[in-house]
Design a protein around this ligand. Structure first.
Ligand code: NI
Length: 147
C-alpha cells in the first residue's frame, strides 16, 4: 500500500466532497480509488486489441415502435455468445427498459452494444465495460467434451 498526497484547489476539493456525499462515500481514499479503477479499467478496454470483459448495457425503448422489440431480440439471438442475460421491465404504457449482461472480447462487446444503442427508437442507451477474466467452460460443456 502506498500513500499518495495530492493538492487540490479549494473549488475542486469542495466539488469532490459534494460528489462523495451524493454517492455515499465516507472516505476520500475509497472515492479516489473507485474513480481511478474506473478510469484505468475503461482506458485498458479502449484499445484496439480488446481483452476479456463483462458489460452492462441498458436502454429504454417504445415497444410500439415498428418491429423494434423483435429487432432487439433478433440482435441478441445473433450474438447469443455475448448476451448472457436480459432483464425487461415495462415502465409505462409505452416504454420498456432492458438491461443486458454481456461477456466476451471488449471490442466485440462494445461493437454489439453500440449497434443496439444506435437502433432507431432506442433511447438513453448506456454501456459500461468492466475488465474480467475470460469465461471458463460451463459444467455442461465439460460433460459434452468428456464423452
Ligand atoms: Ni415492456
Amino acid at each position: 500500500m502506498q500513500r499518495v498526497t495530492i493538492s487540490l484547489s479549494d473549488e475542486l476539493a469542495q466539488a469532490f466532497d459534494e460528489l462523495m456525499a451524493r454517492r455515499g462515500y465516507s472516505s476520500r481514499s475509497e472515492a479516489v480509488r473507485d474513480l481511478l479503477r474506473r478510469e484505468l479499467g475503461e482506458d485498458n478496454l479502449a484499445g484496439e486489441s480488446g481483452g476479456p470483459c463483462v458489460a452492462v448495457l441498458s436502454y429504454v425503448f417504445d415497444h410500439h415502435e415498428r418491429q423494434l422489440s423483435s429487432r432487439l431480440t433478433g440482435l441478441q439471438h445473433d450474438h447469443h455468445d455475448l448476451a448472457v442475460a436480459t432483464m425487461h421491465a415495462h415502465i409505462s404504457h409505452d416504454d420498456c427498459i432492458e438491461t443486458v449482461i454481456l461477456r466476451g472480447d471488449s471490442v466485440e462487446v462494445e461493437r454489439f452494444a453500440r449497434s443496439v444503442i444506435a437502433e432507431t427508437g432506442v433511447r438513453h442507451g448506456h454501456v459500461q465495460l468492466i475488465p474480467a477474466a475470460p469465461a471458463t467452460p460451463s459444467p455442461m460443456m465439460y460433460r459434452k467434451q468428456s464423452r
